[in-house]
Ligand binder design. Structure first.
Ligand SMILES: CC1=C(CCC(=O)O)c2cc3nc(cc4[nH]c(cc5[nH]c(cc1n2)c(C)c5CCC(=O)O)c(CCC(=O)O)c4C)C(CCC(=O)O)=C3C
Ligand SMILES: [Fe+2]
Length: 336
């Protein structure tokens, strides 16, 4: 049952995501799933648990994925493509393995997959490939699943982030808008993980710098005003002895205040929806830091279910055969 409108014989689309707790009783088991086999100190876990409890024990990520799926279904229908969309997560229900089981039961043979993570690295790409391999090997007659590689360079993603950035700029007091600095933010990862990311290493950082520069350039062209931009990091975890990518967004805001910067827009370019890392680490923590150091700050939205981003995901999945990552891509050197 292949689709005449797609050049590749995919018979389903799969959205693969992180998953998040639905209520207070889910928080601890969710965190156990996320950190199984990882070197995360106990007090860091307790602290992250508190972030979830502050929001009633519930992450917004599942609702955001439901909205993205509805938008994908509408986009496919408008493009005249008759393909079912399935959903599976790494760390919470609905689990990937159950989606694979359902696809097998429905007779799907070859599936195009997009993950809610737009950059290369073990955490943001390779781990999802491993999840797919594990789920597929656990299900008899599982379909073949091809996952889209890093996608944040896509003009549809960039256009959505540009618009969210312009909206945040416009929400600043008008006297501060022209000089507001664009502070792009993404999830920190261990520097070793960055060194091993992509086919040649260093891809996680390089990709973010490229996408941030593309967004800043569009914002300059549209507003007719060049403003400084830079990349910062949030959500550092792991052992304090392990180096992670820096500067932390909070530390950088303090420095910017010292340099006399009066206004910033935080642009969460590393994330595709306003999930917990965004509503806690940026909206709760970084915006409080900005207030303390007397910087006027606004947080730009994420691509979310912006129609240009949704169309980009459809194009990336279906317009040409999905190219597999090279064997050694994003693998720790000891495993490569
Ligand atoms: C690169 C990256 C992304 C972006 C790409 C992508 O989206 O995939 C991302 C997204 C997310 N991370 C999330 C949550 C968590 N990440 C953790 C831990 C970690 N993340 C890491 C990296 C990333 N994470 C790393 C290197 C660790 C250390 C442990 C390890 O080496 O694996 C922990 C454990 C506690 C802690 O250590 O902080 C939690 C709870 C949620 C869900 C939010 C919600 O519920 O709304 C989302 C979308
Ligand atoms: Fe994470």
């Amino acid at each position: 049952m292949t689709n005449p409108r797609t050049p590749v014989p995919y018979d389903a689309l799969l959205l693969l995501s992180f998953g998040g707790p639905e209520g207070p009783e889910d928080v601890v088991p969710f965190l156990e799933n996320v950190t199984r086999g990882r070197d995360i100190p106990r007090d860091r876990l307790a602290e992250v648990g508190q972030h979830y409890f502050l929001f009633g024990g519930r992450s917004p990520i599942n609702d955001q994925n439901k909205a993205l799926i509805a938008a994908l279904e509408a986009d496919l229908a408008a493009a005249g493509i008759d393909l079912p969309v399935y959903w599976g997560n790494r760390n919470w229900e609905p689990y990937l393995v159950d989606a694979v089981r359902q696809m097998a039961a429905d007779g799907r043979r070859r599936v195009a997959c997009v993950a809610t993570s737009g950059y290369s690295s073990w955490s943001s790409c390779r781990q999802y490939l491993d999840d797919i391999e594990e789920a597929v090997s656990a299900v008899p007659d599982a379909p073949r699943i091809d996952k889209v590689r890093w996608f944040a360079f896509h003009p549809g993603f960039v256009a959505a982030v540009v618009d969210r950035t312009l909206e945040a700029l416009a929400a600043l007091p008008s006297a501060l808008q022209d000089d507001a600095r664009l502070v792009f933010v993404t999830h920190s990862i261990p520097t070793a993980m960055n060194d091993e990311s992509g086919p040649d290493g260093g891809a996680y950082l390089a990709q973010h710098l490229d996408v941030a520069a593309a967004v800043a350039e569009r914002v300059t062209a549209i507003t007719g005003h060049a403003r400084g931009h830079e990349l910062t990091f949030c959500s550092r975890s792991g052992s304090p002895r392990t180096p992670w990518l820096e500067p932390d967004v909070n530390d950088r805001l303090e420095e910017l205040a010292g340099e006399g910067v009066g206004a910033v827009v935080l642009v969460p370019v590393g994330f595709v929806s306003d999930h917990m890392e965004v509503i806690y680490d940026l909206d709760t923590e970084a915006l409080a830091t900005a207030e303390r150091v007397r910087i006027e700050a606004r947080r730009a939205g994420t691509a979310g279910d912006d129609p240009r981003f949704v169309a980009a995901l459809r194009e990336l999945a279906l317009d040409q055969p999905i190219e597999a990552c090279p064997e050694h891509c994003c693998l720790p050197r000891t495993q490569a």
